[in-house]
Design a protein around this ligand. Structure first.
Ligand SMILES: [Zn+2]
Length: 350
């Protein structure tokens, strides 16, 4: 009997004090508050490798939470930036960043075998993971008004294209990935452009108008990531370069994305030629202003409508193809080191 009591309390203490090692909701709706909780728990569970920081706030005052994964090292390392959900409705992208973070951390501690080179990569790279670049928009697309109730009336007065779940912009109706200060704001115009704040297609009155854009630009200038992967969810393609900046990279931008496309089934686009359509994205800003590499990764198959694929299709449509995508980028980047352009070769000497 006494043994049974001891066993009962052992089980109780285990369930109370231990946390499951895999946290991410990859099969159902993954809300902003769930993501924030999981980020905090990841930091607790993997304290030796993580630091959770707020790099700024959204228009409605929600934090832009960035999880840094690194280890103690006397040597300077290359920063890598991985961002999701700059477009609100594209919530596979935050799932992807969170799942990558969780499994990478478990791989570092030999509790999972998804990323066998995790410890080696950490000798060379520091990872900055921002799962939700547009928290207000994500909450609107999820019709999750908790904590932002006072903004609801204003949101509902903005021009709505489609349904609320199709929301793509930030909380004030600015498409963040059309609002970066890359020099193209004046000309930027696409087939879905809007003249007024709207659920999608409005580039803002001026570049870097949105608080989220300013926070991201400041972060990029401070950290100077040598490679940024910005995740979206439309079409299984890689937007790897544009005509204004491709000469900066000695061809390695095209090469590493080509290698990734071979191993993931994502297709490479042609070089983007027209700044009127491609301009003012975060990846364009990074290429123009820092001279480092940036890729817009579109994760899931194209759909004819705005509707996103169902939550429970994430593993089948995205993870099964792209689980290794960030790792392939880094490994290919290291393999072509002899062709690195000067700004990369000199990076650690700065
Ligand atoms: Zn997008």
């Amino acid at each position: 009997m006494r043994g049974a009591v001891v066993l009962f309390f052992l089980c109780l203490s285990y369930s109370v004090f231990s946390q499951p090692s895999y946290l991410v909701e990859d099969n159902e709706k993954y809300t902003f508050s769930m993501i924030c909780e999981d980020l905090k728990q990841l930091q607790i569970n993997h304290a030796a490798f993580t630091n959770l920081d707020t790099i700024g706030f959204s228009e409605f005052g929600l934090p832009l939470l960035c999880l840094k994964i690194s280890n103690e090292s006397p040597f300077k390392k290359y920063p890598i930036f991985i961002a999701g959900n700059i477009h609100a409705r594209e919530d596979y992208s935050s799932k992807f960043v969170m799942k990558f973070a969780n499994l990478f951390l478990l791989s570092l501690e030999n509790k999972d075998s998804t990323y066998k080179s995790a410890n080696d990569l950490l000798k060379t790279f520091d990872f900055y993971l921002l799962p939700v670049a547009n928290p207000d928009g994500l909450k609107i697309a999820h019709e999750d008004w908790e904590g932002i109730e006072k903004f609801k009336e204003n949101v509902l007065q903005l021009k709505l294209v489609g349904k609320l779940s199709d929301w793509k912009a930030n909380g004030l109706g600015v498409d963040l990935n059309s609002n970066f200060d890359d020099g193209n704001h004046l000309y930027k115009c696409s087939s879905i452009s809007q003249e007024v704040p709207a659920s999608e297609g409005y580039k803002g009155c001026f570049p870097a108008e949105a608080k989220e854009t300013i926070a991201l630009q400041n972060f990029i200038q401070r950290v100077q990531p040598i490679l940024t992967l910005s995740f979206h969810t439309k079409g299984n393609v890689l937007f790897w370069g544009d005509c204004d900046t491709y000469e900066k990279y000695n061809g390695i931008d095209q090469w590493i994305s080509w290698k990734v496309s071979q191993k993931t089934e994502l297709k490479m686009t042609e070089l983007s030629y027209n700044p009127i359509s491609y301009g003012c994205g975060m990846e364009n800003y990074i290429r123009v202003k820092t001279d480092y590499l940036a890729v817009c990764v579109e994760l899931s198959p194209m759909t004819a409508k705005r509707d996103q694929h169902p939550d429970n299709q994430f593993n089948k449509l995205v993870w099964s193809k792209c689980e290794q995508l960030p790792i392939i980028y880094l490994e290919e980047l290291l393999k072509c080191q002899e062709h690195w352009p000067i700004q990369l070769r000199n990076y650690l000497k700065k």
